[in-house]
Design a protein around this ligand. Sequence first.
Ligand code: ANZ
Ligand code: ZN
Length: 857
Amino acid sequence: MESRYTPAEIEEKWQKDWAEQGLYKTSEDPSKPKFYALSMFPYPSGNLHMGHVRVYTIVDVIARIRRMQGYRVLNPMGWDAFGLPAENAAIERGIHPAKWTYQNIDQMRQQLDQLGISFDWEREVTTCSPDYYRWTQWIFLQFFQAGLAYQKEATVNWDPIDQTVLANEQVDSEGRSWRSGAKVERKQLRQWFLKITDYADQLLTDLDQLSGWPEKVRLMQANWIGKSTGAQVTFTTKTGDAIVVFTTRPDTLWGATFMVLSPEHPLVEKLTTKKQAKAIKAYQEAAAAKSDIDRTAEGREKTGVWTGSYAINPVNEAKIPIWIADYVLMDYGTGAIMAVPAHDQRDFEFARQFNLPIQVVVQPEGETLDGATMTAAHPGDGVMVNSGPLNGIPAGKEKGQSVEAAIQWLEKHGKGKGTANYRLRDWLISRQRYWGAPIPIVHCPQCGAVPVPETDLPVRLPEDVEFSGRGASPLAKLDSWMNVPCPTCGTAARRETDTMDTFIDSSWYFLRYPDAKNEQQVFDPDKINSWMPVDQYVGGIEHAILHLLYSRFFTKVLRDRGLLNCDEPFQRLLTQGMVQGKTYKNPRTGKYVIPANITDFANPIDPETGEALEVVYEKMSKSKYNGVAPGDVVNKYGADTARMFILFKAPPEKDLEWDEADVEGQFRFLNRVWRLVTEFVDRRSPIADQHSALSKDEKDLRRAIHIAIKEVTDDLQGDYQFNTAVSELMKLSNALTDASCKDTAVYAEGIRTLLILLAPFAPHIAEELWHELGHTDSIHTQSWPAVDPDALVADEITLVIQVMGKTRGTIQVPANADKAALEQYARESEIARRHIEGKEIKKVIVVPGKLVNFVLG
Ligand code: ANZ
Ligand code: ZN
């Protein structure tokens, strides 16, 4: 056979063949162990990028190996298809969001198929399709019935570009929208929330179950949930009102010299004296315009206004003034604090600003702090002073017993209680946009918020809407859609016009794949329990909080509704690194240069300024001219090479630098495999199928074969070291090339093994060559090879001979030689004799299995 490796001739052919055979249809054979492999589904932008290619390739290799290892594997794919880009396309180009979205999906599905990914397309889900969002709405109603979906008036994050509200998680640390990048504004609106805070404690403690997740992601979630332990303490006012505060330092109660309420606190109006009313009102208005991030920024000058009222400190009856200040947030703790300026820095700054008293209650060792002279708060350890019953107790959040003692005292005297507080807020899910799942609620003047009956689901999106992108949501302008009779009493009522945050769609899509076509139920309990949890999830680190936390929350709620059995949705999580492209950057101007404008790539020069350019790898992006289109790579080298390169170039969790030379390297490797196999086929003569009395050459080759099996299998077991697995394949291919026993059964075993081990990585070429070997079934249905432990045992090992620590050569010795025998072999070797003859040997160091070193006198 005189053929060249031409990917274009084989890849499409096999993709068609696999689809026709239904090769990747999910097996439901209950006798097999299950393996649920999942990649985060994409937003259908229309174009696959290298980041996608990387994730899907990683998951595909895992799925293919597990199938060969005898698992029934679920490896599905779908589309996170609701969201703003479709609506913006509608506004800009007058194309309906549905049309735009489905076109993009078709395009991306085709691009995915070109990569030879073994998805079971029969389970495809598309979140914008009514037969999917029907169940999104059904799940919302489950939350509603459980009291976990509710409406409230709230100050919300408003994105002025996208014209919608955002959840807290969707605003970054600089107060910008995760999607549009716009500086978020504050608005007072009545919105729908999901009560994720009810699950705060479980979401935190169950992180312990997730040993298969990156530590970093678990930590990010724990920080986001943000549990603080401390106490709630009740202060009273002259008016007889109770002000409850949350404090992590109840031990410092005796040092509380004033109180601060959030400007939005409900008691502010009542506590404000006539004299202070104007100043308080003005301050409240100013605070309302500021974001939480601005309000709590460190080091910012403290502002505030006294209400004119006092409270009584419950531990010592001291009369302390009540202020309002914007650094106290309404939606954390109770929205009110006791201020302990001696030990809290914000309170300290506030006290200095307004000349309020500072009382030290924790005295650090070897120092005597004085409230009048201290220059900063002392938040650290020490001994309790000026604190009545707590005096003398070691203090401090970490080491002291003071907090515990204070809580005991409060509980005993009925003035407070130990409690935990969370940073996590309820999830704001209303969006004032069209392209999302309508919230299935009807507002009735008689009955209030009434759920749409299950039999009326889905509440379909109307098609004839106008997209302007301004003002109210398009749904709120469509009277014919909005006006309906109340499902309960028949009174004229209005549909809810908000749609759901698209993160809701992705919080349960993995629960639909096990039973994707079910029209009667969200999913069959047997099917869901036979597949969940996901065994391996792969996706971007950008979802470390949002999507992963929401999905965990949904899973727990649905479990509590009796719909499924597992506590956690994703057993193992791999967050893949970025794919970076080569950029040519002017270090002075920071500008990127288009590669086509560079003449000498060895010494790249900025054509505009004549300055030398820097070569750096950065995340692929149009603006940096460093993107590589997956389609171009596939056309030039084939999908198998693209896959091999991606897997070989970097461990999956690390960033990957796209490098054409290394892509070529993988292409050459596949060419070598091609030649190796085609030459073997051409030469093939009948081979005796037995391993007894193997020659040394055959034994060595057989050992190389089984080392490869062992190493590749191990590399793919836990941490998915694809890069080293590919190296092992290369080693085996080299061993086959170098072998002189090419007409033996062992060589045939080597060729067969190389192809089977290669199949998950480069599925097309492996299939083609497998058929060249004369097989008529698919290589992808073969069993993963087992290691023959006998084959691994080496007859001989290579022993290094050193003299005075310097390597002089190597010799072959029996593998089972003991220390004394090794020394003997070394002494008698030509190499050693040349260097030691006639000299005094002071010492011989023997490292079994490795080396013998002669130390001369
Ligand atoms: C008195 C005190 C003394 C405090 C001291 C700290 C140190 P974390 O750890 O983040 O939970 N606080 C409580 N509610 C607040 C709100 N709504 N806005 C702003 N600050 C608030 O912080 C809890 C501490 O932050 C609480 O403990 C309270 O100040 C303040 F030496 O109470 B502390
Ligand atoms: Zn009604």
